[in-house]
Design a protein around this ligand. Structure first.
Ligand SMILES: [Zn+2]
Length: 482
């Protein structure tokens, strides 16, 4: 089990190479360990000299103490081990007693103070990834996995809640081990209450959500959401029980499913009580988890399986750029073509690519192609990047719907064997191509182009052939084809 110390060290990075214009504003989503920050949700993010600048309230939501002095236009950011002091438009800053220079000093715009996220990340140990495709900032705690176990044993044998997310009327609670939830409703006002006996909040989760002392609340600002806010707290300490309360805008029915297979966590779908047999709201975005795929390794194949292979990015959208300048879109396309060639030799599998050349297909269109074809699986191929951590490395595999987790698991198993790189695990993320695909869908981050060694490796024929074969082996295992 992962346990984190009070002072957590995160690896840091930032990817921004696709920005050419010196300054522009953007609405960006910001995530910490896969969970979207609520303050950042509506935030304008400034891009200055290819650096992401965020309003100081975003830094507050990360759990740091932020002091803004309007008179002398200084901002002080603190945790319990470090103080960073900066001033508007000043290119030198203080880290405790040390003077450091900033390439992008804090700026004041429209009454909001913006601070450089990468710099703060470096100093406080947050890992920052910019995904230009989705205009999203991903803060991650990857390096936490290598920190030694905490001496704190109070939460031993508890299921640690790693994040709580709510989107499209689906609540997802990710945990490191499963617990048996108790669920009930309350009226006046309408609420759904979820008690999780034997659960505790992971330190990183507490950190990311520490908006104020003891206040844990996620405001839901989606339209057509049954939920206005989610509150959670330690309800009982013996046994440790976390209570999650969904405050409802209107009465809703729910369907609870423990995450399937070897995945720990809880999925709760809300739906209109007048159509209780139709869980899940938007059929074009959310797979119906009440009908998990019948395609397991033990089910005999009755007809050809159709797989859509998606080479990420394309044309003007390079994806990430490697240290030596090679671009992700080329790697992705090469891999997709290799997988297509191998699947062409499989009599029981049909394959369709979202792109065959250096063209751009929108993310919704990639998923739509798979949906229109009624494909049995959707596999999106990508390569990773972080700035400032040249050693960041490894392979990770993403899923969105619980129904996609078995595909992601089997894919990751084969991918790790093929890449022989660091195992960065199977992860949940709200990627658009995954969210919009109606069939089991997975997104592969094969390796890091920001790591010189890995970039070189990713463009070798031998590695690519191995990975293509691994992907094909995974598809065959998933469909039970020998
Ligand atoms: Zn990509």
């Amino acid at each position: 089990m992962k346990r984190l110390g009070v002072i957590v060290l995160f690896a840091v990075s930032l990817f921004l190479l696709s920005f050419n214009s010196p300054v522009f504003a953007n609405t960006a989503s910001i995530y910490l360990n896969g969970a979207q920050l609520s303050a950042a949700n509506l935030s304008q993010v400034e891009i200055v000299n290819s650096k992401v600048m965020v309003p100081i309230r975003v830094v507050e939501e990360l759990g740091y103490v932020v002091n803004w002095n309007k008179t002398d236009q200084t901002v002080k950011i603190q945790n319990n081990s470090k103080t960073v002091a900066m001033a508007i438009n000043k290119s030198s800053a203080y880290v405790d007693d040390r003077v450091v220079s900033l390439t992008s000093p804090p700026l004041l715009k429209g009454g909001t103070s913006f601070v450089p996220l990468r710099f703060i990340g470096e100093e406080f140990g947050l890992e920052v990834n910019w995904d230009n495709g989705t205009k999203s900032v991903y803060l991650s705690s990857e390096a936490l996995e290598s920190t030694p176990d905490s001496l704190d044993t109070t939460s031993a044998n508890k299921g640690l809640i790693e994040n709580i997310q709510f989107a499209d009327n689906r609540l997802m609670i990710n945990m490191d081990q499963s617990v048996q939830p108790e669920i009930f409703t309350m009226s006046g006002p309408e609420r759904i209450v979820l008690d999780l006996p034997g659960a505790a909040l992971a330190d990183a989760f507490t950190l990311q959500n520490m908006a104020g002392a003891g206040s844990y609340q996620i405001n839901i600002e989606e339209e057509q959401s049954f939920v206005s806010k989610i509150r959670y707290s330690l309800f009982k300490s013996d046994p440790s029980t976390i209570r999650v309360v969904l405050d409802l805008n209107s009465k809703a029915s729910y369907q609870l499913s423990n995450a399937a297979g070897n995945s720990e966590g809880i999925v709760l779908d809300l739906f209109d009580p007048t159509s209780p047999t139709a869980p899940v709201t938007s059929p074009d975005t959310i797979p119906d988890i009440s009908t998990p795929p019948t395609t397991t390794t033990t089910v005999p194949v009755t007809g050809n399986r159709l797989v859509v292979i998606d080479a990420g990015h394309g044309a003007h959208d390079n994806g990430t750029t490697g240290v030596s300048g090679r671009v992700e879109k080329d790697f992705n396309l090469t891999m997709a073509l290799k997988v297509e060639a191998l699947l062409g030799q499989e009599p029981l599998i049909d394959v369709v690519l979202t792109r065959h050349d250096d063209t751009y297909v929108t993310r919704p269109d990639r998923a739509k192609l798979a949906n229109d074809l009624n494909a049995d699986a959707f596999i999106s191929i990508h390569a990773n990047s972080v700035l400032n951590i040249p050693t960041a490395s490894g392979t990770e595999t993403y899923y969105y719907s619980e129904a996609s987790k078995p595909l992601a698991d089997v894919m990751h198993k084969h991918l790790i064997q093929a890449t022989r790189l660091k195992d960065r695990k199977v992860k949940y993320n709200n990627y658009e191509v995954l969210r919009r695909s109606n069939m089991p869908a997975t997104l592969l981050e094969v390796g890091f182009l920001s790591n010189a060694e890995e970039e070189a490796l990713l463009f070798t024929e031998d590695f690519q052939n191995r990975v293509a074969q691994g992907i094909v082996d995974a598809i065959k295992e998933y469909f039970g084809i020998n």
